[in-house]
Design a protein around this ligand. Structure first.
Ligand SMILES: Cc1cc2nc3c(=O)[nH]c(=O)nc-3n(C[C@H](O)[C@H](O)[C@H](O)COP(=O)(O)OP(=O)(O)OC[C@H]3O[C@@H](n4cnc5c(N)ncnc54)[C@H](O)[C@@H]3O)c2cc1C
Length: 411
């Protein structure tokens, strides 16, 4: 690999990880990251609310792949080669310890994404990686004799023996154009991990209220997710909703984000189970107001709205509640229908569903099956995970494998 030129388009998580791996394995190679902006690793900086959710404490590849609406099949082998345990060890070897939160998300112990940015920059510099800022790749043409003639925004022509596209999941990215021009199919990119716009009296002005164990479903798409649901100023968010948006990203886009959402505020308990809970209230608290005694940890203010929606007046006490009202309330708790009329950006994390078609790539090396010497890593691929550190893990894994692949690549 001596005196080889390796060009990496994109100075994000995947590009840096690939560059470092390649430089460490092939110290004689000249490795350059071309970053379009003045700010490499910008998403790492803002990620996880400034704390960077680096990965997830899920160390069994078969379980891990279940968190990827797109890419689960291809990532299985890749995770056997580089998985969260390897990521944790990699950062630890470079002096960055990660901690695990109760829900499995892993963050640097400093709770600062700057720790991760500094670590990646130092490792790249130490390995001799060149970083060109404000230097985006515009085009790449394959040369008959091998390698690529690359054009950057600065105008200069660059020759590369191997080229990695790690340009991320921007919906209009030169990375996609370069991949398409070199013969690859780009699955049309659409957003994933978004929140739902819902204007409904049951949740109006309840922003900030959350239910820890709810089930959100879109029956017509056979989508269902269990997890925390949060009421926002515009509608609904929280891990349960974000996961649903990821699994339904393409179908919900094709419905222009207008669809009926069903909410079970009782952790998926059945109508019968909730009826039984309500009947028990009649016995235990016969003289209490229904509107003042929520069941199953439903927050008081949301409970009042559900009681009103069931047609129960505020002054009704449990013993005088007719069976029809019990049934209506049980319906509201287990199968309330809410009209979603659009989507909003999730401030914490958003990713792109779509990108370079996975069957065009050999996941052992991340090399193109169509264009020798061209490699892919990160969100430019048609891979995306749910929220929780899974998107960075895909970037570390594919970046690492691409780095190894480029180090071992010969013309
Ligand atoms: C606000 C926010 C918070 C997030 N938080 C988390 C989190 O905590 N945990 C998690 O797992 N995931 C998180 N994600 C998702 C995660 O950031 C991405 O999945 C990850 O950054 C993808 O890495 P990447 O290297 O493929 O792409 P990117 O990080 O997007 O990097 C691509 C780079 O390529 C550059 N580029 C683009 N086109 C060109 C070109 N033509 N030439 C040269 N350079 C180019 C871009 O400027 C960019 O620097 C978050 C996303 C957002 C937006």
């Amino acid at each position: 690999m001596s005196e080889r030129n390796i060009a990496i388009a994109g100075g994000g998580a995947a590009g840096f990880f690939a560059a470092i791996a390649c430089a460490e394995l092939a110290p004689q190679a000249r490795i350059t990251i071309f970053e379009a902006t003045a700010h490499p690793l910008a998403k790492v900086s803002v990620s996880g609310g400034g704390r960077c959710n680096v990965t997830h404490a899920c160390f069994e590849p078969r379980d891990l792949v279940k968190r990827y609406p797109r890419g689960h099949r291809e990532l299985l082998g890749a995770f056997h080669r580089w998985q969260p345990r390897d990521t944790v060890a990699w950062f630890s070897q470079r002096g960055v310890e990660l901690k695990t939160e109760p829900d499995g998300r892993m963050f640097p112990v400093t709770d600062s994404s700057q720790t991760i940015v500094d670590c990646l920059k130092a490792a790249a510099e130490h390995a001799g990686v060149q970083l060109r800022l404000r230097c985006g790749l515009v085009s790449a043409a394959r040369i008959q004799s091998g390698g690529f003639e690359i054009r950057a925004t600065t105008g200069e022509p660059v020759h590369a023996d191997a080229l990695l596209l790690a340009t991320g999941g921007n919906r209009s990215s030169a990375g996609y154009d370069i991949a398409a021009n070199l013969g690859h199919t780009v699955v049309p990119p659409v957003p994933s991990l978004f929140t739902f716009n819902v204007a409904d009296p049951r949740i109006q002005d309840l922003a900030g209220i959350s239910v820890a164990d709810a089930v959100a479903s879109v029956p017509e798409l056979r989508l269902s997710e269990r997890g925390p649901v949060l009421v926002t100023h515009w509608g609904l968010s929280g891990p349960g909703i974000l996961r649903l948006s990821a699994w339904g990203a393409r179908e919900l886009h094709s419905r222009e984000y207008r669809f009926p959402l069903w909410l079970n505020w009782a952790g998926g308990r059945s109508l019968e189970e909730v009826r039984a809970e309500l009947a028990a209230q009649r016995v235990v608290h016969p003289k209490k107001h229904v509107s003042g005694s929520p069941i199953l940890a439903i927050p008081q203010r949301l409970w009042e709205r559900l009681v009103t929606a069931a047609g129960v007046k505020p002054d009704v006490i449990w013993t005088s509640m007719p069976n029809s009202a019990v049934n209506a309330l049980a319906d509201q708790i287990t199968a309330g229908e809410y009209a979603v009329t659009g989507k909003s950006m999730n401030k914490d994390e958003f990713v792109t569903c779509g990108g370079v078609r996975l069957s065009d790539v050999d996941f052992k090396t991340m090399q193109s099956r169509i264009c020798p010497g061209l490699f892919f890593a990160g969100e430019v691929l048609d891979i995306d995970g749910v929220t929780g550190g899974f998107n960075f893990q895909a970037a570390w894994t594919t970046g690492r494998l691409a780095g190894q692949g480029m180090a071992g690549f010969s013309l």
